[in-house]
Design a protein around this ligand. Structure first.
Ligand SMILES: [Zn+2]
Ligand SMILES: [Zn+2]
Length: 164
């Protein structure tokens, strides 16, 4: 893998950041990712090499000597659904096998939901840790947070200030 490929790979540590427009994955790349695997139990384990993030990755030329890269499971999802991954969404593994490209094991989550899942608990999808629906997410600095929780923090902060 060369340096440019490394750079354009989605960094899992950036998941709380403001969503960037995802790389458009060409059909031919998506097809390659969706067909290069070995069956291991229920999983279709990609034969693409694994990056430092633990996910199989696939790269392609975009001309003028430039390369793009994404993960095999993202590309496979694009192939099986026929759609690009929406901005701010991540393709999550229900099976927790990072190299798996079986479409039955893949689902899209918002980056917000996925980050909380990988933080160690499988929170209910569509809700914050306090059970508020994720329809009202808001930015607090560069972080995405629950708008209801955020309003609650503000209210408590103001009440504390008043009491002091
Ligand atoms: Zn799987
Ligand atoms: Zn909340």
């Amino acid at each position: 893998m060369d340096a440019s490929e490394q750079q354009s790979t989605v960094n899992p540590d950036q998941r709380f950041r403001r969503p960037r427009t995802p790389v458009v994955i060409p059909d031919r790349v998506a097809r390659r990712a969706a067909t290069a695997y070995v069956v291991v139990g229920e999983c279709w384990v990609s034969t693409y090499s694994v990056g430092s993030h633990g996910y199989a990755q696939i790269g392609w030329d975009v001309g003028e000597g430039r390369r793009r890269a994404t993960t095999a499971h993202r590309a496979a999802w694009v192939h099986f659904t026929g759609a690009q991954i929406p901005t701010g969404m991540t393709v999550d593994h229900l099976c927790k096998t990072r190299k798996c490209v079986n479409p039955a094991h893949l689902r899209v989550l918002t980056n917000f939901e996925n980050a909380r899942r990988t933080a160690g608990r499988d929170w209910p999808v569509g809700e914050c840790v306090h059970g508020h629906p994720n329809t009202g997410l808001t930015h607090r600095g560069s972080k995405l947070v629950c708008a209801t929780c955020s309003a609650e923090w503000e209210r408590r902060y103001r009440a504390k200030r008043k009491a002091a």
